[in-house]
Write a protein that binds this ligand. Structure first.
Ligand SMILES: [Fe+2]
Ligand SMILES: [Fe+2]
Length: 234
């Protein structure tokens, strides 16, 4: 099905200044840790990393919400956008947990990482929101690369192209015969959209708007099922 879903896989924000270099360095360090820990276990990698990916949107939404209350100003749509990003990442998690069940050790890692990452990202956002959004932009560049590798694993037969989980069929409005490959394509498109939105937010906070900045199209989602249990949504 969605084979032709076009996204630009090569987007990379060239770092400019300390804030960008810090964001890129931090991202590359985490990428190295993830590559070492998971190697080619892409299903497990997706489950654990989506528990992290769903954090920044909610942190950004909370801090912007509080700022708007204090300053009595408009948010220009940032809060909804960031909350939707967090929800979308949580739906990625709900999907991949149907594909790969985390081990006991991975569950421990998820809890430990959440404590550290939530607090660290919250503090970073307070100190420098533009750096925080740049970090997410770079995280999403890496997510696009990882899901491209996952697609290659499926195409080369190393990961079974199982039927798409029921929750994914509903959320991305896919036909009943959709497979894991179709899901990964749509998840990758979601990540590309977040990538461009967050680089855009960082640019806006920096007061720069690079020429030719485009936002990758966002796949259509059924938002009605976001609050339902997996059983109800199936
Ligand atoms: Fe994700
Ligand atoms: Fe993402």
């Amino acid at each position: 099905m969605t084979n032709e879903l076009f996204i630009d896989l090569s987007v990379h924000h060239k770092p400019r200044g300390f804030s960008d270099h810090f964001a890129l360095g931090f991202t590359k360090l985490l990428r190295f840790c993830a590559d070492t820990f998971f190697a080619k276990r892409y299903g497990h990698r997706a489950v654990v990393l989506e528990t992290v990916a769903a954090v920044p949107g909610m942190v950004g939404a909370t801090i912007n919400h509080l700022k708007c209350l204090r300053r009595m100003t408009d948010d220009n749509g940032w809060i909804r956008t960031l909350m939707e990003e967090a929800e979308n990442e949580r739906m990625h998690l709900m999907t991949f947990v149907e594909i790969a069940r985390p081990t006991l050790f991975e569950r421990f890692v998820i809890i430990a990482v959440q404590w550290v990452f939530y607090v660290a990202f919250f503090l970073l956002y307070l100190v420098s929101a533009k750096t925080a959004h740049r970090v997410v932009g770079y995280f999403e560049e890496e997510a696009v690369i990882s899901y491209t590798h996952y697609l290659a694993e499926i195409d080369e037969g190393r990961s079974a192209n199982v039927p798409a989980p029921a929750i994914a069929l509903r959320y991305w409005k896919m036909p009943a015969n959709a497979t894991l490959r179709d899901v990964v394509l749509l998840v990758r498109a979601d990540e590309a959209h977040h990538r461009d939105v967050n680089h855009g937010f960082s640019n806006e906070l920096k007061g720069v708007a690079p020429a030719g900045q485009v936002i990758a199209p966002y796949p259509e989602h059924d938002l009605e099922i976001v609050g339902l249990s997996r059983k109800e949504a199936a």
